[in-house]
Design a protein around this ligand. Structure first.
Ligand code: UTP
Ligand code: MG
Length: 451
């Protein structure tokens, strides 16, 4: 156990203690290598690339492993394709490309299920925008999500990795916000109508692109695109342009030389509190979040929560998030901003500290995460449902990403985790209680307006 001396310290310790370890990372690569070796007899140049939180620097211990399988060798910018032998030779089917990918993935699912040691619980999710196969590798204890057409997600991981490398505060802050969301049941390992860790990460990065009297901690994507060199050129096979500067030190230099305001030296504590203040007053009903420009833009459609996909600009990363979940997110931002004003953010330094009772009192992140009674009371203050809350937050993945492809999906249904096992019954009943609009709400919203 490590003793923290300040709120910022707690955030750093949380990050250090929960981020994916070197061993975890090696087990992920070993798991990816297994499928590469298994298929290399058929496709000698098969490549399996890891993406997502296990490689972008935002991975937690036991996070899932996102993989994309490329049957032909990936061309890097400096490779001349004319030298390559044609070793991936597949038949063209008289169907559309998506159906062909689904058929390939069905076969892949069978190979994994029937032939690969340690692999079990194979689930085929083909109706999602990006068809995936999910399974469990018992020997390394890793959950996999395998796709075949997701190069933009690989480049997205590069983008997130670079942003995490730019400033030492980025990753601890993302971890703290993701832990907060998990503690209060905003996120859930099962896919559903709630916000994902990836969307939450983008919310934090967008917040770090803001500037006040200080310069922003992170650059906008437009800036990163404008600084790209010839070696940074990347376009996916389906035409998504993922070109942006990859050289972290060069980007750092540009950031430092172009600073026109005071450099941002805010502590993690200040940034964490600032995050909740920022989103407490963010207009989610009309504005979308865009990391491209670093400013909010008008929403292009009526999705309750709109986060522009930085690389595939026509897509909303948080399209799955329902109205109720967006409302809950908004309320939790306010509650937490309010709680951060009320809980002790530092250990008592008074002589009373000498007494064991006082020393054991929760403060800072611990008070925020481990005082469910205080937290749920405060949470209740703000919860005024605008619509009745749906009896269950569980949905089938195919309902979320329904695309009428005309192909029947033989995938097994996604396992459903009862919500009650994730959210305490107390929180559940509070969610469903109507809250009398009254003085408390007005009082607290006044507090927020005063900021
Ligand atoms: P995940 O949802 O698995 O997120 O998407 P994650 O970052 O790995 O977080 P956890 O730890 O599993 O919860 C994997 C990756 O897919 C890309 C991003 O690179 C993300 O990190 N992605 C995801 C997109 O490019 N667009 C999306 O809409 C969603
Ligand atoms: Mg993941």
């Amino acid at each position: 156990m490590q003793a923290a001396e300040s709120f910022s310290d707690q955030i750093l310790i949380l990050h250090r203690a929960t981020s994916l370890s070197d061993l975890g990372s090696r087990l992920h690569f070993l798991t990816a290598r297994q499928i590469e070796l298994a298929l290399s007899g058929l496709f000698p140049q098969v490549t399996v690339l890891s993406f997502g939180s296990s490689v972008n620097g935002f991975g937690k211990t036991a996070c899932d492993l996102d993989l994309v399988l490329l049957a032909g060798k990936r061309q890097t910018a400096d490779e001349d394709s004319s030298d390559c032998r044609l070793v991936f030779h597949a038949k063209t089917m008289l169907t559309n490309g998506r159906t062909q990918v689904q058929r390939h993935m069905e076969t892949l699912g069978d190979v994994v299920q029937l032939l690969l040691p340690g692999c079990s619980h194979v689930r085929r999710i083909f109706q999602a925008r990006v068809p995936i196969i999910k399974y469990h590798q018992g020997l390394t204890g890793v959950e996999w999500d395998l796709s075949m057409t997701n190069m933009s997600a690989v480049y997205m991981s590069e983008l997130l990795y670079i942003l995490g490398e730019l400033d030492w505060r980025v990753r601890p802050l993302v971890f703290a916000v993701r832990s907060w969301a998990r503690e209060i049941g905003l996120t859930n390992p099962t896919p559903g109508r709630w916000i994902t860790n990836f969307s939450l990460t983008l919310l934090v990065l967008f917040y770090l692109q803001q500037h006040s009297k200080f310069s922003p901690v992170l650059p906008t994507l437009s800036r990163m695109i404008s600084l790209a060199g010839p070696g940074d050129h990347r376009v996916t096979s389906d035409g998504v342009n993922c070109t942006f500067i990859r050289d972290v030190s060069q980007l750092c230099q540009h950031m430092t030389s172009s600073v026109r305001k005071l450099p941002n030296t805010n502590s993690l504590e200040t940034l964490f509190i600032g995050f909740f203040e920022f989103y407490s007053s963010f207009d989610f009903s009309t504005c979308a979040i865009s990391l491209i420009s670093g400013v909010s833009v008008p929403k292009p459609d009526h999705s309750p929560l709109y986060i522009v996909n930085p690389l595939e600009r026509g897509l909303n990363v948080s399209k799955n998030v329902s109205h109720d979940e967006t409302e809950r997110l908004r309320i939790e931002f306010r509650n937490t901003a309010w709680m951060l004003e009320s809980v002790a953010l530092t250990p008592e330094k008074s002589p009373l500290m000498a007494s064991q009772k006082k020393a054991d009192e929760a403060w800072g992140l611990t008070a925020l995460f481990e005082a469910p009674n205080i937290a749920s009371k405060a949470r209740n203050i703000f919860y005024i449902p605008t619509r009745s809350v749906s009896p269950s937050r569980i949905v089938d993945v195919s309902d979320l990403f329904q695309q009428n492809t005309g192909v029947s999906d033989k995938s097994a249904p996604v396992s459903e985790v009862p919500v009650d096992s994730i959210r305490s019954s107390k929180q559940q009943s509070e969610m469903q209680d109507g809250i009398k609009p009254g003085t408390k709400v007005i009082k607290v919203s006044n507090r927020l307006h005063r900021r």
